[in-house]
Design a protein around this ligand. Structure first.
Ligand code: SAM
Ligand code: SF4
Length: 463
């Protein structure tokens, strides 16, 4: 019925069925395989997905925390989304930007308006952005590359955006090559749902987005065009969450087998209400907070070394609970309206959906300081070519920390001096002291080295 692809719905159903038959010892063996930082096989993930026993679930959560600590340490990388345009030719049932939604004010940022948004973000301390676009002939690869160039070339005060990631409709190989030349960071495509029938129901077949297979192989084309870092994702709430986790794992394995390296990041957004969009209220598969925690922890165990992104779609309370279970990147101070970073221009009619966490960047950094997580604005991996396979060579044996710990501390220091409120500065300085103590227990020379660099930053030097 469908063109051949690497997602076989029947096979996933069967795996999930088989996953119901396992005993405690088997589950513990799978957990210890994850703890040795080995990617799980689909049947192993299926077994974790079927665990209901409270004690065993607790063991899964504890293992997820341990893997996060071992691979990523306390670090959380920060970024902000920047919506460039909300014109869209598709009619995805769940999205506020769908073409039939007449309540939305259609808008594409002009070059000047884009610069204005970037300056605001730079002035708040951001160094990484993800640019987001509807699917529209106006937003072709040339246009996307031009917006990327504008972002890279807009510099405000001490601020500078150093890594630009993209979330846009899948392109052809030529299009991706244009983005590669414009120095793209990660290209992100969410499959939305991996279930073929559900995909068909939610994406009208006459639309460009109606082609499941074109979207599924969108990141293959990106990699063929030389883009090293790609991000996969599923929009949770469209179909059964267990099926989607299996789809994400299958997608990871496909990329690993074909290109020798899996996705750089995995995203697991939950569906949010959108203006004049009935889908949310009627959605059968909405994911509870409890199940959301399982999704994050089981993904952490399944692909121990892949970056995991938690967005401000989630409330501050959910973010607080879920971050320790395996998250490596979050956005903060986010606004998803077109031009929404300008005070007074934050109207719901320009937003794709509603955010759950509307706190400022400074407030979120302070919370990270208070809960012992190290905010990092580092972009060094990308700048020194540690992308794709080179990144995974460092990530897989759990060596990211050695590179990133110091960079995280130094970029937090810069943030505290240049952008933070007094309270955030105070708590941030305390956190840096604690981090230095931890490092000194492992390697006293490294602590001295970092202290020297911190001194230079105090004196006004910047990376
Ligand atoms: N238009 C492009 C596309 O669909 O691939 C890229 C950008 S689209 C604005 C980014 C993502 O927003 C989609 O891939 C989808 O997963 C997510 N999204 C759409 N509607 C949403 C909603 N109501 N709640 C949460 N996320 C949503
Ligand atoms: Fe358009 Fe993307 Fe929204 Fe679908 S999800 S309607 S393609 S912006």
């Amino acid at each position: 019925m469908y063109r051949e692809d690497f997602i076989n719905d029947e096979e996933i159903f069967q795996l999930l069925e088989k996953g119901k038959k396992s005993d405690i010892n088997e589950i513990r063996e799978i957990i210890s395989k994850s703890l040795s930082k080995t990617r799980l096989e689909p049947i192993e993930t299926a077994k974790l997905l079927q665990v209901n026993d409270k004690e065993l679930l607790e063991e899964i959560f504890e293992a997820a925390k341990k893997i996060k600590e071992d691979i990523y340490g306390d670090r959380i990388v920060f970024f902000a989304p920047l919506y460039i345009g909300n014109k869209c030719i598709n009619n995805c049932l769940y999205c506020g930007f769908r073409r039939s939604n007449e309540s939305i004010v259609r808008k594409t940022l002009t070059k000047e308006e884009l610069k204005e948004q970037v300056k605001i973000l730079e002035n708040s301390g951001h160094k990484r952005l993800i640019l987001v676009y509807g699917e529209h002939p106006d937003y072709d690869a040339e246009f996307i590359a031009n917006t990327m160039n504008t972002v890279y070339n807009t510099k405000e005060g001490r601020g500078e955006i150093r890594r630009v990631n993209i979330n846009a409709a899948p392109l052809d190989i030529e299009g991706y090559k244009i983005l590669k030349r414009a120095e793209i960071g990660t290209f992100q495509i969410f499959q939305e749902t991996y279930n073929h029938k559900t995909y068909e129901k939610l994406h009208p077949s006459a639309d460009l987005k109606g082609d499941y297979t074109w979207r599924l192989y969108g990141l293959d084309r990106a990699m063929e065009a030389g883009i090293d870092d790609v991000g996969i994702g599923a929009l949770f709430g469209l179909y059964d969450w267990k099926f989607e986790v299996m789809g994400l794992l299958k997608h990871t394995i496909h990329l690993e087998e074909k290109f020798g390296v899996g996705p750089h990041t995995i995203s697991f957004p939950r569906i949010e209400p959108a203006i004049d969009t009935k889908f949310y209220n009627q959605a059968k598969y909405k994911v509870s907070d409890e199940d959301f925690k399982k999704i994050v922890a089981i993904l952490r165990l399944s692909v121990p070394y892949t970056g995991m992104i938690l967005t401000a779609r989630e409330t501050s309370q959910v973010r607080k609970e879920v971050i320790p279970l395996g998250i490596s990147q979050i956005d903060a101070g986010s606004n998803i309206g077109i031009g929404g970073y300008t005070v007074g221009d934050q109207v719901p009619e320009k937003e794709q959906f509603q955010l759950g966490d509307n706190r400022s960047l400074d407030e979120v950094v302070k919370e990270m300081n208070d809960s012992g997580f190290l905010t990092s604005f580092c972009t060094a991996c990308y700048r020194s070519g540690r992308t794709g396979e080179n990144f995974m060579c460092v990530a897989k044996p759990g060596n990211i920390q050695n590179y990133c710990e110091a960079n995280g501390i130094l970029t937090l220091k810069e943030y505290l001096l240049d952008y933070a409120s007094d309270q955030t500065k105070e708590t941030g300085e305390k956190l840096i002291e604690k981090e230095l103590e931890k490092i000194s227990k492992k390697n006293s020379k490294r602590k001295i080295n970092i202290k020297e660099k911190l001194q230079l930053i105090e004196e006004g030097h910047r990376d």
